[in-house]
Design a protein around this ligand. Structure first.
Ligand code: SF4
Length: 290
């Protein structure tokens, strides 16, 4: 990547479920705030998958933090989704490196963590016996949500505050992606639990209003690293085989990742559960070959 000095100008796949990171707010404010209050938080965790929205997200958070003199509070987290039984990475090879490059560009600490119970999303899926779906987003909650919460606890413990920590959790969700996402508040205070809680967390969607074109413009304007899969025709950089992805993206991914898709197709057969409601992995692979 082209490394560019951090010059602050202006103020992400499966992020929706990460909203569940913290329990529902105890009282909904009459007018939800849209501006993140840096002074009210001890640190901010930024979830970076290595995708394009993550690049814009890191830029936006670090730009705002730098302007507010709060860059020292930012931590970038990449959730490692592990490998399949045959050793294939579940996510795109190089996604971790792109996420690390984002952190390096803006000079903020970078961490990689995987779930304690499920070191690999593959293991989690096989244990579940069914593929994730729109109404079964256990994949995100078990490999990203819990990991993000544990990481926030880790940072909170390191700070030795002697009180519940107050953290921001920034995600790259954008309104343009779906009606449901458009309805999400930009800033929302959550608490993990009631009395005796260890943490008070604010979920924050800093690039909620950005269009895809604006996301890419931010990359170009600031020399931000992006994954080569986009140059090869992918529109999203989620798991290489995500049942929630558009079929066209899956077909392209199957062309780029034939061995991984072959392993997924074997699992589909053994599981007896179709990968995607509208199409099987076998059919995706056939389309990829045609
Ligand atoms: S399978 Fe899809 S929804 Fe689940 S974690 Fe991977 S990219 Fe996100």
């Amino acid at each position: 990547m082209t490394k560019k000095p951090f010059t602050p100008p202006c103020g992400a796949g499966c992020a929706a479920t990460q909203m569940e990171l913290f329990a529902a707010p105890t009282a909904a404010p009459a007018a939800p705030p849209t501006v993140f209050d840096w002074g009210a938080h001890d640190f901010v965790v930024v979830g970076d998958s290595g995708g394009k929205d993550s690049g814009a997200l890191v830029h936006e958070v670090c730009t705002q933090a730098d302007k507010a003199g709060q860059l020292h509070k930012v931590r970038i987290l990449h959730c490692d989704l592990g490998r399949t039984a045959k050793g294939h990475l579940v996510e795109w090879p190089g996604a971790l490196d792109v996420a690390r490059a984002h952190a390096e560009q803006y000079g903020v600490p970078f961490a990689v963590r995987h779930g304690q119970r499920w070191p690999s999303l593959w293991d989690r899926i096989l244990d579940h016996g069914k593929w994730p779906g729109h109404f079964a987003r256990y994949c995100t909650s078990d490999t990203k949500t819990v990991t993000g919460r544990d990481f926030a606890d880790e940072v909170g413990a390191e700070l030795r505050l002697g009180r519940p920590y107050r953290a921001g959790y920034a995600m790259g969700m954008r309104a343009e992606e779906s009606t449901a996402r458009a309805k999400r508040p930009v800033v929302e205070r959550h608490r993990m639990s009631g009395k005796g809680t260890l943490r008070v967390v604010t979920t924050w969607l800093p690039i909620h209003q950005l269009t895809t074109a604006q996301v890419w413009q931010i990359h170009r304007d600031n020399g931000i690293a992006h994954h080569e899969a986009y140059d090869l025709g992918m529109r999203r950089l989620s798991c290489r085989a995500c049942p929630l992805a558009h079929t066209d993206d899956l077909v392209r991914s199957a062309q780029l990742n034939p061995e991984l898709f072959a392993e997924y197709a074997e699992a589909e057969e053994e599981m007896g559960h179709q990968f995607k409601e509208s199409i099987s992995l076998r059919a995706i692979i056939e389309r990829a070959r045609s």
